[in-house]
Design a protein around this ligand. Structure first.
Ligand code: GN1
Ligand code: MG
Length: 384
């Protein structure tokens, strides 16, 4: 079954020719019979290739080129991904602790190694295609939310015993909210493409909330919250969900796996999984934080993470959703002010639209934070 975000290409299409050229450099078997661009994610470019085998079956692979503007050292990214997939696969095979029987695997290049450098400087990797699964940009029901949160909690659990010193920071200060805030101020000060005057309301929204930016890092500095190996990009469409059972199968997009906070992962899920509207919805009346979905996230996450996360982390689960929505909203606003140089955009003001949904979510969470926090307390009590 195809992911709904895929569209098939004909043999003469540039996509097919690209896949032919790239696919041939990996140790994949069979003849390329179909290819498609998978239109998901704001950073990398992703394609699928279907290969006809001699027994008549079709084997699919995912090919992805790493965005070198975002990941300055793609080889460090690949070494991290190799280590993480190897660690997880070894454990899953030993303990059968995988969620649905499939895990993410890198396929080697014909010349050896886990990636291929194309003639134009592109760095490519090849993954197995997780069959029978779909990804969602917007969660459809509480079961999917529960499953996604449980999957990310399990992921954190699986990598919790990795030697963190072997996992390098692929993007320094990725979730350092105070630095993201400072960066916005710097860009606003020079206003390189003259857009500041038109986003005064959004800019003021950020300024008035500066005090929340440092709360988690202060807790780290005080020794109350540990730094762990975390995923750092737990957007809801980074978990593969079985199309029939709605069960989470595995998490994908391991490029930002690095030392981080468990709360960054949970918070990113809250911001991406609790609203019924897309991240770039223009009608803000459709954007809101839905309590039943938040509750499902808490249940799912605590089902897999309650043994290792501490009381201070637990107490900040609701706050983390607000902070992650705020942080990525700041990043979208900064990119809008810089002239859209980081995130892929598909229409004018795309980053500004994304920023606005995130700030709307911040407001929704502010309004519901006490109720969210008391729900967490209730669940936590039940688990003791
Ligand atoms: C990017 O790659 P993707 O689309 O899953 C971004 C995340 C943001 C997200 C916002 C490396 O994630 O940090 O939260 O967009 N990834 C990177 O949708 O910057
Ligand atoms: Mg990504």
């Amino acid at each position: 079954m195809l992911n709904p975000s895929e569209s098939l290409t004909s043999e003469s299409s540039p996509t097919h020719q690209l896949m032919d050229r790239i696919g041939n450099q990996f140790a994949v078997q069979g003849k390329l019979v179909a290819s498609a661009e998978i239109d998901s994610g704001h950073i990398n470019s992703t394609y699928s290739g279907s290969y006809l085998q001699t027994d008549g079956s079709v084997q699919r692979y995912v090919f992805q080129s790493i965005n070198r503007n975002v990941f300055k050292d793609p080889f460090v990214v690949m070494k991290n991904v190799e280590r993480v997939t190897r660690h997880i696969n070894a454990k899953v095979l030993r303990n059968k602790r995988d969620l649905g029987g499939q895990t993410l695997n890198l396929f080697p290049a014909r010349t050896g190694g886990a990636w291929v450098e194309d003639t134009d400087g592109g760095v490519w990797r090849c993954y197995n295609f997780i069959e029978g699964c779909v990804t969602y940009d917007v969660v459809e029901n509480t079961r999917q939310a529960y499953q996604a949160a449980r999957a990310f909690g399990s992921f954190q659990d699986l990598v919790s015993d990795m030697d963190a010193s072997l996992i390098k920071e692929t993007i320094p200060d990725f979730h350092n909210t105070p630095k993201r805030f400072q960066r916005l101020l710097e860009v606003a000060a020079t206003d390189p493409v003259g857009r500041l005057a038109s986003v005064r309301a959004e800019f003021d929204f950020v300024l008035s909330r500066e005090p929340i930016t440092g709360i988690l890092l202060d807790a780290v500095a005080a020794g109350k919250i540990p730094v762990r190996v975390t995923h750092n990009d737990t957007k809801i469409n980074n978990v593969m969900i079985d199309a029939e059972s709605d069960e989470a199968v595995c998490v994908i997009d391991l490029d930002t796996v690095m030392p981080g906070l468990a709360l960054y992962d949970f918070g990113d899920l809250v911001r991406s999984a609790t609203s019924p509207a897309a991240e770039d919805e223009r009608d803000l009346s459709k954007v809101r934080m839905q309590m039943p979905l938040f509750e499902a996230l808490v249940e799912g996450y605590l089902d897999s993470a309650s043994e290792f996360i501490n009381e201070v982390e637990t107490a900040h689960l609701a706050f983390s959703g607000k902070l992650m929505a705020f942080e990525v909203g700041i990043r979208f606003l900064t990119d809008h002010l810089e002239g859209d140089v980081y995130f892929k955009t598909h229409r004018p003001n795309h980053n500004l639209d994304r920023c606005r949904t995130q700030f709307k979510l911040v407001e929704c969470i502010e309004a519901q934070e006490p109720a969210m926090t008391s729900f967490i307390r209730k669940v936590r009590k039940g688990k003791r």
